[in-house]
Design a protein around this ligand. Structure first.
Ligand SMILES: [Zn+2]
Length: 57
């Protein structure tokens, strides 16, 4: 499982080459923030689960 504040790795890294995202919003939609450049991506929960690779620590 995953929760707000968790760091996750996605199947594709961000364009800045970082593959470490923090979950900053959980709801019907999920927002993740690139931990390197601060870029925010919003995904539906379904898309998020499809693109999630693993949870980090
Ligand atoms: Zn980035």
């Amino acid at each position: 499982m995953y929760d707000l504040g968790d760091s996750v790795e996605m199947k594709k890294p961000h364009a800045c080459q970082t593959n470490r995202w923090e979950i900053i919003r959980m709801g019907a939609d999920i927002k993740i923030k690139c931990e390197h450049c601060g870029h925010i991506v919003m995904l539906t929960r379904r898309d998020f689960e499809k693109k999630l690779k693993k949870k980090l620590s």
